[in-house]
Design a protein around this ligand. Sequence first.
Ligand code: ATP
Ligand code: MG
Length: 463
Amino acid sequence: MSFSGLIDKFSPVFDKSPYQSQEPLVRIQYVQRGNNIVAGRTLTNENYSNLIFIGKVFENTVGRNYLSADVWLDTTFPHVIYITGTRGSGKSFDLGVIIEGISELAIPSAIQNDSPPITSILIDTQSQFWTLKYPPNPSIPENKVQLDDLGKWNIKGNSLKKCKLFLPAGHEKITGDEEFFSIRADQIKPEEWCALIKEDTYSPQGHIISRTVDELSSDFDIADMQAFIEEASNWPGINDASRSAVLYKLDDYRRTGLFSRDGLQLSSLLVPGQCNIFLLRDLRNEDKALVTSFIARGLFTVMGAHHKKLKVDKFFSRDGEGNGLPSRVWLLIDEAHVVAPSDSQSPARDALVEYVKRGRDAGLSLVLATQQPSAIDDRILSQVNVTLSHRLSFQADINSAINRIPTKLLGSLKLNGVEIKEFGDMLRFLDSGECFLGDHNSSRTVMIKVRPRVTSHGGYSPI
Ligand SMILES: Nc1ncnc2c1ncn2[C@@H]1O[C@H](COP(=O)(O)OP(=O)(O)OP(=O)(O)O)[C@@H](O)[C@H]1O
Ligand SMILES: [Mg+2]
């Protein structure tokens, strides 16, 4: 597959930029024909399949100038992509751009270059991504602006073809089109329960909940856990106050409706090409983390076993039964510091650490967005291989974000003729939608402008 049919499909959009980098791009995955740059893999054998369009280079480069080159992101390999930036800098927008790229669209679009749709799960902590289901509506002023912008890029409005919205059971619907979901209590691990009730595993309450889960073993719900804990004969020598405390906390969970016997089956999400959006705004942070943990753990378990079997089948040249599972899944998490904070217990942390460790062999990618890079657990970030660094202000956040950029930082940049030497200061001056792309296949960070969204953007009514 080549870019040939797609050359000049997007407009140049801009022919000048206030940014002038002072350091040449010694190494970059560049395709001269059509002026394309690829992130996330090394280009070999003129293979340009599995690419999604994310934006354009927005710096004048000293030496060969790459200004306005189209920037594509690889979808062949499992990636860990880290998006950082202050409020309003464009992080959620980027998540939308990536989902549009990997999902099945209602109308074939040039933003996908021979890239078959990929199943995705989005942890939408602000419940704002339901608009991905709808094309921009010209009668809504904000969408009209978006359509004008798309026109400038020569890209058409679009919508996701297979998009499912999930809402915690009993919560107020947004579009009316959401499915309610709950989680089975017997699928939560003892350490996740401990994180939920904010107790250490080795504390008296932690011990009570861990033993309860172990004893009940399988096929139980919260009422069964409560009954087991209430039965005094099960707890010789254990303080009544500790048992009561666990009972209160469990009762709180019983009332949220988040748990039920007919909880979510992960297999219902693993439909090839489907985008599953979990609208979690109204949940408490620890519950958002629990849902994330449940999904991440389910994914590496199911997909890990799937890929192991595929490898064995391939080794013995067996056909392998198609079990209908997709070969790749992307998990995207907005406001990742909420579900995986470094400073407090979270049910999602261990699951996400395991997810990134096992992801490569299981066809699993992870995309994390955060406005507080310094507040996110570092072990999850150990495998980051692509970064999108938007505007940041606080030095602690700048330091943390920079630490994870998988290539050299740009050393010198002129903005409207004034030289900036510190990379942190370069980040401070970015406008929304502008960011530095970090990819270890390029010799340094490259400034890009993210493309407009093709689906309706913002929380506007699609009707
Ligand atoms: N690539 C872009 N092109 C055009 N407009 C953009 C782009 N990126 C962001 N914007 C504008 O900036 C606004 C804020 O972007 P976004 O919601 O992604 O911010 P955020 O970084 O997720 O902020 P928060 O931390 O508050 O969630 C968008 O609603 C949009 O108007
Ligand atoms: Mg956001």
